[in-house]
Design a protein around this ligand. Structure first.
Ligand code: HEC
Length: 301
């Protein structure tokens, strides 16, 4: 390039840059922050645990626009932490007096925290049975009842999760004939459990819960993939597959499979609603007692 041409080139580049700077940035001052050239560098998309942060500046495309809900919840729970409402869920070792007791106690312990937290509880609930054959036996003997009632939503969710996480091995029907064993090029040597087999139809819920927590031999653990409630949704769904194979009902209205495995929502609805009202009353009383400032304030009027 000749010297003259080069100088013209530099001048042109400089002009474009200067014009660019003047046209792209608005003057900041007072309450005006000015236009931001790259807003997501000035205001990072911060994931604040348990804080509702408002972030409306990053609007490049639909994917970058975060709702407040997405920003407010912790993405992945810190290992070893317990979400609110789940610390003393019904009973720490998941043992209960009866199928109804399991549901009412669990609902009660979750209701106490209703209103205090707006975050979807998803994460760690303590599990004390060890990853050994003795632990499996103990869990099978002690964890009998499902702490959530059989609901249509729960079964739908269970079906969705089962299809994602279990069906590839255990089969869509739960008969252990998943794609991995019966697919066209299958070389999978281990036989996934056949849930339709009497041994599993007759087994308590604990055997399933334990298998989800730790896996077994070639089956990996699924504790990190399913939340506490989701694990129980999947177990309800497996029960509904067993019921289908036995040609009996297992749904939100009737459970003809085994009354210990799950209480249909229709059967426990009234008790749950009564318990809910009690909890709300206790909650509002508690509020009045603790909020003395407000009481004093009202007394002055
Ligand atoms: C990669 C394949 C695979 C996936 C995915 C898988 N499993 Fe399994 N599962 C197996 C195999 C194989 C066995 C048999 C293990 C054995 O007995 O050695 C098994 C065994 C089991 C058992 C019986 C444990 C016992 O006490 O004998 C249960 C219950 C179970 N799985 C539940 C589930 C659930 C629920 C899911 C989904 C959340 C799931 N599995 C996902 C392969 C899988």
């Amino acid at each position: 390039m000749k010297m003259k041409n080069f100088q013209t080139f530099i001048a042109a580049v400089a002009l474009v840059l200067v014009l660019g700077v003047f046209t792209s940035c608005q003057q900041a001052g007072g309450n005006q922050t000015g236009s931001e050239f790259i807003p997501d560098m000035t205001h990072s998309v911060a994931y604040e645990a348990n804080v509702l942060t408002k972030y409306s500046l990053n609007t490049w495309d639909e994917e970058s626009v975060k709702s407040r809900w997405e920003l407010s919840q912790p993405g992945t729970p810190v290992s070893g932490t317990v979400p609110r409402g789940y610390a003393a869920i019904g009973s720490y070792d998941l043992t209960f007096a009866s199928a109804e007791d399991a549901i009412l106690k669990t609902a009660e312990s979750m209701k106490k925290n209703e209103g205090r937290s707006v975050y979807a509880p998803n994460g760690h609930v303590p599990y004390f049975y060890p990853d050994t054959e003795e632990g499996r036996t103990e869990a099978t003997e002690k964890i009998i009842y499902n702490p959530f009632p059989i609901t249509d939503e729960g079964l739908a969710k269970g079906k969705e999760l089962y299809t994602i996480y279990c069906a590839i091995c255990h089969g869509d029907k739960g008969d252990g004939d998943g794609y991995i064993v019966s697919g066209p090029q299958s070389k999978y040597l281990a036989q996934p459990a056949n849930f339709i087999d009497d041994q599993f139809v007759n087994s308590s819920n604990g055997r399933f819960y334990h298998a989800i927590m730790y896996g077994k031999n070639v089956m990996g653990p699924h504790a990190d993939k399913l939340s506490f409630e989701e694990r129980w949704d999947v177990i309800h769904y497996i029960r509904s597959l067993q019921a289908k194979a036995k040609k009996v009902k297992y749904d939100s209205e009737v459970n003809e499979l085994n009354p210990d495995y799950g209480v249909p929502y229709a059967q426990i609805k009234e008790k749950l609603e009564a318990g809910h009202e009690e909890a709300m009353e206790a909650h509002s009383e508690g509020e009045n007692h603790s909020d003395t400032q407000q009481e004093e304030g009202e007394g002055h009027h």
